[in-house]
Design a protein around this ligand. Structure first.
Ligand code: SIN
Length: 514
């Protein structure tokens, strides 16, 4: 089929915090096109907040130590240093652009989350921090004439020519047109892959697209076995899988099993604020013991006025499902939340492919190690988005506009109906059951066999978002299960019931390159 070609200086794929922040930086050096496959992003769902060492009782060195400890020995120390040192400046910049974080009097208000030794989480409108940050960045982007945006444009693949990334092939959903965008550099900021799991805190857009297209293009993917599960999402009939922020435990919320018993002291001295992987596994263990599908989060001992002011979005959402969090125990269970692994980059977002950069959840700078410290991800986007943008613009400055011939894309003609929706549902169940919070060689190998079959079945040039997404999900599922098989040990968020210790050679990073 004939493919229309368009040109821009820089292409940013993804419109969350990392993508928008990269675009703002790139716009200083040329025309930027930001493409997104939908209007929603993971950023806008972030409730808890953004961790930053700005309070009187805090220091960047303490934030550094907490991040390293949470990462369980696998953080890149330089990447963490950059995060905590550049974080305060990026937050102050955001405030100067209009971000309104909650305050106590005139001072910024900080809350507590698991594994932080200080109250250092900034929040906005109680529990709508991501929405506030994204809103401010979008306003900034709208004020810059060098940035334009295509929404509902799905990236089919990256364009690689002579080993250089020269742009991307898009499916524009509005008119079903396939367009080649040619650019000097591409920044991937497509977010994570939570939709690979049947239980997830992530919105429907998180299908691992950036990881899959980068992998197909020859990028190195790293640390894919490290998937973080958030301990508390709402578990109620008819209710969506709504995140109940860790800040609720930070403000004093207590976990109880279905018999009403507190249990966290049986598992960890930090009780409700133990690291996320430990809280998630403790909840699963209580669910198994009590033969229940959930445990409870209890806030009823806190003042009702405080709860409504501090968690307005959570309060009103739960009320829609007949749960008054000021009076009722809230049924909760863990869900897939964040992937620490992704497209391997240096601390300037450079991948192993010239012209391809990545930032945010899609990338792996190793800043989170084997387990991300709560509320470090918005900060990651704010710090590493502009770093990738700067490196891409410097690279672009040394690169002439490509004159590559338009690529061809031969659309797969469906000969036998592939049951896309059925595969999607089965994949998400399989990943939850076999490659979820607790894994073992047997469960992972079962998952791998099924995923490989789907990979073969879906190895085609599709032309609808639904088909392209499931193809990407299957690719990423293959990488997660393979990495989880290879890591015969338990570390951070990766827990193998057949290898509960760290195992030999635990310091290594598992990498894949097609
Ligand atoms: C939360 O509010 O619990 C989520 C924060 C995070 O995952 O960083």
């Amino acid at each position: 089929m004939s493919i229309k070609t368009e040109y821009t200086d820089f292409l940013v794929i993804g419109g969350g915090v990392a993508g928008l922040r990269a675009a703002i930086e790139l716009a200083k050096s040329g025309k930027v096109l930001v493409i997104t496959k939908a209007r929603e992003t993971s950023t806008e769902y972030a409730q808890g907040g953004v961790a930053v060492a700005l309070s009187d009782e805090d220091e960047v060195g303490i934030h550094y130590e907490d991040t390293i400890r949470a990462g369980d020995g696998l953080c890149n120390e330089r990447a963490v240093k950059i995060l905590v040192e550049e974080g305060p400046e990026r937050i102050l910049e955001l405030i100067s652009w209009g971000a309104e974080f909650d305050r106590e009097g005139t001072k910024l208000a900080f809350t507590q989350e698991a594994a932080h030794t200080r109250r250092r989480i900034l929040h906005a409108h109680g529990d709508a921090t991501g929405r506030e940050i994204e809103g401010v960045l979008l306003n900034k982007v709208r004020s810059i004439s060098n940035i334009s945006k295509y929404e509902f444009a799905f990236t089919i693949d990256l364009l690689i020519n002579d080993g250089f990334c020269r742009g991307a092939l898009l499916l524009k959903e509005s008119n079903k047109e396939i367009v080649a965008i040619i650019s000097k550099a591409v920044v991937l900021a497509t977010g994570g892959a939570g939709q690979l799991y049947v239980r997830t805190t992530n919105p429907p857009v998180t299908t691992g697209d950036g990881m899959a297209i980068a992998y197909r293009a020859g990028a190195i993917l790293e640390d894919m076995e490290f998937v973080q599960f958030h301990p508390t999402t709402l578990y109620a009939p008819r209710a969506p899988q709504f995140l109940l922020s860790e800040a609720m435990r930070g403000e004093g919320g207590i976990l109880r099993n279905i018999n009403g018993e507190k249990f966290m002291s049986n598992y960890h001295p930090s009780v409700e604020l133990a690291p996320r992987d430990i809280v998630s596994r403790s909840i699963i263990s209580e669910m198994v013991k009590t033969k229940a599908r959930h445990v409870y989060l209890d806030l009823t001992h806190l003042s009702s006025q405080f709860i409504k002011k501090r968690f307005p979005r959570i309060y009103s959402t739960c009320l829609l499902y007949d749960i008054d969090i000021t009076e009722d125990l809230i049924p909760v269970c863990p869900s897939a939340h964040y992937i620490m692994g992704g497209v391997k980059t240096d601390t300037d977002g450079r991948t192993n492919i010239k012209g391809l950069f990545a930032a945010g959840e899609v990338a792996c700078t190793e800043v989170h190690g084997a387990n991300r410290l709560a509320s470090n991800s918005l900060l990651e986007g704010l710090v590493y988005g502009p770093r990738a943008g700067k490196a891409a613009s410097e690279y672009g400055g040394r690169t002439r506009k490509s004159k590559i011939s338009p690529p061809s894309y031969k659309i797969y003609k469906v000969r036998r109906e592939i049951e896309i929706d059925k595969i999607r549902t089965s994949l998400r169940r399989l990943m939850w059951d076999r490659a979820g919070i607790i894994r073992c060689s047997k469960s992972l190998r079962e998952a791998k066999v099924k995923v490989s079959k789907w990979e073969t079945l879906l190895n085609h040039n599709f032309a609808t978002r639904r088909e392209l997404e499931i193809k990407n999900m299957v690719t990423v599922a293959g990488l997660i299960t393979e990495a989880a098989v290879l890591r015969e040990g338990s570390i951070g968020a990766h827990y193998r019931s057949d290898f509960p210790e760290r195992g030999k050679n635990w310091k290594r990073h598992i990498r894949f390159n097609k």
